[in-house]
Ligand binder design. Structure first.
Ligand code: GLN
Ligand code: ZN
Length: 772
């Protein structure tokens, strides 16, 4: 019999109960016990859902109050002393590592002041994990009352025998880093870590666990030799414990493992190997051919990263192919990864067009999908005829829908030429004309776009959404905000002004709502980090722009000042990456459609007299394929092209800006340069001048504004601090290419600190202007 499995379930709950409870706990509004009970109730509900959906193999220990890697840091007692020394309750220590903790002394307990551990992106997803942060001479021991055992028993008491999921030893170490000042190479700690896995796995077996899922997602990356070599001793050690510990399935996801297949012999004693056949279907044959005798293949055919219904026919074909070679007992139908990256249930969406809702499948629905596919293969298609027919009808509806296919968009894409990706002249000619036109001083000052999003703005937006105020009243309110922001900037004597973005709730949703081809959900939240969730819009079809999206506000802003006004757009890659993309056409096609829509917007802005236009691409970097090489170069090629297609239709004297919220450009500096933007503004103050190091090595030929202060903190930087920053920049950059601006948009700040910080920034710029 072909079994079905789910690698992990989203934790937040149908109504983000987990987010609400954790935030209430942090705010002192509920007790620790109440929080713990919420977690328990959510786990119980999620196991029940999966069981009722018919999934044979259900995970436990996929739940976390913050992040599953952070759970393991505590589970292995790899908690840095700066947290441990306070003797906090386990859960408070856990949150202290996740988000930092600052509290005054109370009831004889000392004051606590400790920052969070580093948080980084989980592979190429929008989820973030807490990085294991390790010491020289790091030791590991198993925490008392280990969470995986506790949660296994919890499910067992409920009548569900789960498969606990653990982060594997090699991935745990590879994803970790030495603590500040430490020199340890994490992977060298393997020998001290393995006994803890042994103890934990033994305890799980004693508790009744028959199998465990050990995640080794690093197998999809380019790995240094020493990391690859670590799989041998790690899994030989676990193999030697056979009989005493549960059977192991090693899970990989988000890519193929073909380039690391030489690791498979080390895993030959594992009962099963899981691979992601949604992201990397091409690996099937090769992986099958390298399986050890009797080893089970867990075939990830239901997408754990997106919201589309699985095409049953295609999935069944893939599974059948595996069954032909391996036999039904050696194949498991599975989600491609944990469902952590999908929203909870489609049942909550009451506002989606019916036609479109029929195309989606969220976590609850995907748990049913794996079991239907398994049944179809085991008992034949007739056993699930109704489900297969309904699925085929949904596939057909989506493929043939007018929403999916817009012939006008396709025609326009077919007519895109190479020249459409180029500005009329090269940068030196353009910048001369722009200077003449804009008449800017040396070290021009500007901001990144948004100004504080005050409570008043949110109240008015809500009123407008609910129909409590009219469109005219709302427009009047927005215009007043814009005018205020313009006057503030004039008073500060900034050089290139912005309208402040008061009309925008979110930099992607705002554009999505104005484009054809998008739909929006009301409950489709996915965890981004800790208690933070995002609700990405969904690209359902060919994208086009029915009408200008930002011209009204920018034109108004430009009309009330003599200073140059900068128009503000979100770039094609960011619109794509921060949405759920289509899975029926390549992402490059979707990016090109977005680019064409933005191209029209750029031209309209220019015609409205807006001669400086910024196209933000903060998501460009996160789209980078996980492995270096051709795939990465291909991505950069189409990503850069889509930015250029969006921005190059303007006259030479119109100035194109772009903005990035990070400065790790080492790997793709050539692509940033290839954008051919006249001016870049870039995060610089958090990342110890990594950016400037790049410029030391490679001369950047155009204008650039590395951020002079961190906007994530309410702290006001002094004029001297900013001067020091600029001085630092002048080591690598020339005075006539340097712009002075903050790191990012100011929407999360208050007005008071914003004014004070910008005042110091403008003074610092003027100081250098006088000097040069
Ligand atoms: N223009 C946007 C803003 O200022 C940019 C935001 C971002 O880079 N994430 O808010
Ligand atoms: Zn930014």
């Amino acid at each position: 019999m072909v079994q079905s499995s789910v690698l992990g379930f989203p934790r937040m709950g149908a109504n983000r109960e987990l987010k609400k409870a954790t935030e209430a706990y942090w705010g002192g509004k509920i007790s620790q016990e109440e929080l713990i009970n919420t977690g328990k109730a959510l786990r119980a509900a999620h196991w029940k859902i999966q069981k009722e959906a018919g999934a044979d193999i259900i995970a436990s220990n996929d739940f976390s109050f913050y992040d599953q890697v952070l759970d393991h840091i505590q589970l292995f007692n790899a908690v840095p002393e700066r947290y441990r020394k306070y003797g906090l309750d386990a859960i408070d220590e856990f949150f202290a590592m996740g988000r930092g903790l600052q509290k005054p002394a109370k009831d004889g307990k000392p004051a606590v002041d400790v920052t969070a551990l580093e948080m980084v992106k989980w592979f190429d997803s929008n989820y973030h994990y807490v990085r294991p942060t390790l010491q020289d001479g790091q030791t590991f021991t198993l925490a008392a009352d280990p969470k995986p055992v506790r949660e296994f028993l919890e499910a067992k008491a409920q009548g569900v025998i789960t498969r606990p999921v653990l982060v594997g030893p090699v991935s745990f170490l590879h994803l970790g880093k030495p603590d500040r000042g430490a020199k340890v190479d994490p992977i060298t700690l393997l020998d001290s870590l393995l006994p803890v896995y042994e103890e934990l796995l033994t305890k799980l077996a004693e508790a009744g666990a028959e199998s465990v899922q050990i995640d080794e997602p690093v197998l999809v990356l380019d790995l240094p030799e020493k990391t690859k070599k670590a799989f041998g001793p790690a899994y030989e050690k676990l193999a030697s414990l056979q009989g005493k510990i549960p059977k192991i399935t090693v899970a990989t996801y988000f890519g193929d493992i073909v380039h690391n297949l030489d690791v498979l012999p080390s895993l030959s004693k594992a009962a099963g190997i899981h691979i992601d056949l949604v992201r990397a279907p091409q690996q099937l044959d090769e992986v099958i051919s390298k399986l050890a005798p009797g080893q089970v293949l867990s075939a990830g055919v239901v997408d754990g990263r997106n919201i589309w219904k699985t095409n049953f026919q295609k999935a069944i074909e893939i599974v059948q192919k595996a069954v032909q070679t391996l036999g039904a007992e050696r194949v498991i139908v599975s989600t491609s990864s944990s469902l952590l990256h999908t929203p909870h249930t489609l049942a909550s969406e009451k506002k989606l067009p019916e036609e479109v809702a029929d195309w989606f499948s969220f976590a609850v629905e995907k748990a049913k999908e794996v079991s239907i596919i398994a049944k179809a293969v085991t008992a034949g298609p007739e056993s699930v005829r109704a489900e297969l027919d309904a699925n085929a009808a949904s596939m057909n509806s989506r493929a043939t829908s007018k929403r999916t296919n817009n012939p006008a968009v396709k025609e326009r894409q077919a007519a895109v030429t190479e020249e459409m990706h180029n500005r009329k002249s090269a940068f030196p000619d353009r910048i001369a004309l722009q200077q003449k036109n804009l008449n800017l001083p040396l070290f021009p000052t500007t901001t990144i776009g948004s100004f504080p999003q005050t409570k008043e703005i949110r109240i008015n937006r809500n009123k407008f959404t609910k129909g409590e105020i009219t469109a005219e009243q709302y427009e009047e309110f927005i215009n007043k905000e814009i005018e205020m922001v313009v006057r503030e900037q004039e008073a500060l004597d900034l050089d290139v002004l912005v309208h402040g973005e008061p009309e925008r709730n979110d930099m992607v949703q705002y554009f999505g709502e104005r484009l054809d081809g998008y739909v929006f959900t009301t409950h489709a939240w996915v965890q981004s980090y800790g208690s933070r969730c995002v609700r990405p819009p969904i690209i359902v079809g060919d994208i086009s722009r029915p009408a200008p999206m930002t011209v009204k506000e920018s034109k108004y802003a430009a009309s009330i000042t003599k200073k140059p006004m900068k128009g503000m757009l979100t770039g094609p890659i960011t619109c794509l990456r921060w949405s759920f993309p289509r899975d029926d056409v390549h992402q490059s096609v979707q990016a090109q459609q977005l680019a064409l829509a933005l191209r029209d917007e750029v031209v309209d802005l220019e015609a409205a007299g807006v001669k400086v236009i910024q196209v933000d691409e903060p998501a460009l970097r996160e789209g980078l394929p996980l492995r270096a090489g051709t795939e990465r170069e291909k991505y950069l090629d189409w990503a850069v092209k889509s930015f250029r297609l969006a921005t190059t239709a303007v006259q030479n004297d119109t100035q194109i800006h772009s903005h990035f919220c990070y400065s790790e450009f080492q790997d793709f500096f050539h692509a940033i340069a290839a954008l051919d933007a006249d001016v870049l503004s870039i995060e610089n103050s958090k990342s110890d001048a990594k950016l400037l190091k790049v410029f030391d090595e490679k001369a950047y030929p155009r204008h650039i504004g590395p951020g002079v202060y961190d906007i994530h903190s309410p702290r006001v930087p002094s004029e001297q601090e900013i001067k020091d920053r600029i001085e630092e920049m002048l080591v690598s950059l020339k005075p006539d290419q340097l712009w002075i601006n903050p790191d990012c948009g100011l929407k999360t700040r208050q007005w008071e600190e914003t004014r004070a910080a910008l005042k110091n920034m403008v003074s610092a710029a003027k100081f250098f202007r006088a000097k040069h």
